[in-house]
Ligand binder design. Structure first.
Ligand code: G3P
Length: 220
């Protein structure tokens, strides 16, 4: 599973990129607004930090304007994937942009029927929101499984990006389901490292080592 960071914060992206395990970035209007810089400027910086697919979302709601915005976003950098919402206008824009060879991430997907439409429109990525479905007492991970089955049935090449992942078990379950990509906040990526037995084991290894090779002055 590819790991994407779901943030527009440059410090978080630098830290994640330093670990060498970040394959891409997803942003949305809320995340860009949080950083307080114009979208184009922020996205350019992000492209300098992470060499992978970088999703940048249109804010227009009518297809002609979405298409114009999508073309502009795609011109910023070769790694930009244009993000469009799963509305009627968004799907129309997705079909048009995909027809021009512009890669589109169809976002705000909450049902398998919506995901089918995204694939039909030629989306490069579809983003089902797991956590937000869990928030309304619906099994978000089940949606990931359903979409993967539908896409497999017909050989759709659209990648399934599990979004709105809120904790490590969401990441594990997305990987078990076979999601192509999981996008997560920096905090969740950081949590994936943690295991008390790793800390305990390393502590013991280093103490044993120090006892023989440092305290006695012996050289290994
Ligand atoms: O990638 C979509 C993500 O930003 C939504 O996450 O936690 O706001 O539902 P959340």
């Amino acid at each position: 599973m590819k790991i994407f960071l779901d943030t527009a914060n440059l410090d978080e992206l630098r830290k994640g990129a330093d670990w060498g395990i970040v394959d891409g970035v997803t942003t949305n209007p809320s995340l860009i607004a949080k950083e307080g810089r114009p979208l184009e400027e922020q996205v350019r910086e992000i492209c300098r930090i992470v060499d992978g697919d970088i999703s940048a979302e249109v804010v227009a709601t009518e297809s002609a304007a979405m298409i114009r915005e999508g073309r502009e976003l795609a011109r910023i950098h070769k790694n930009i994937v244009v993000k469009a919402p799963l509305t009627r206008e968004g799907i129309k824009a997705t079909a048009a942009l995909s027809g021009e060879g512009i890669r589109v991430n169809v976002t705000l997907c909450f049902s398998p029927s919506q995901a089918l439409l995204a694939a039909k429109a030629g989306a490069y990525i579809v983003s089902p929101f797991v956590g937000r479905l869990d928030d309304v007492s619906t099994n978000g991970m089940e949606l990931i499984r359903q979409i993967l089955t539908i896409y497999k049935n017909y050989g759709y090449p659209t990648q399934v990006l599990a979004a709105s992942l809120r904790h490590p078990m969401h990441v594990v379950d997305a990987a078990l389901a076979g999601a192509h990509i999981g996008t997560m906040p920096f905090k969740v990526l950081d949590q994936l490292f943690n295991h008390p037995l790793t800390d305990k084991g390393l502590d013991a290894f280093l103490k044993d080592w120090a006892k023989v090779f440092q305290e006695t002055g012996a050289v290994r």
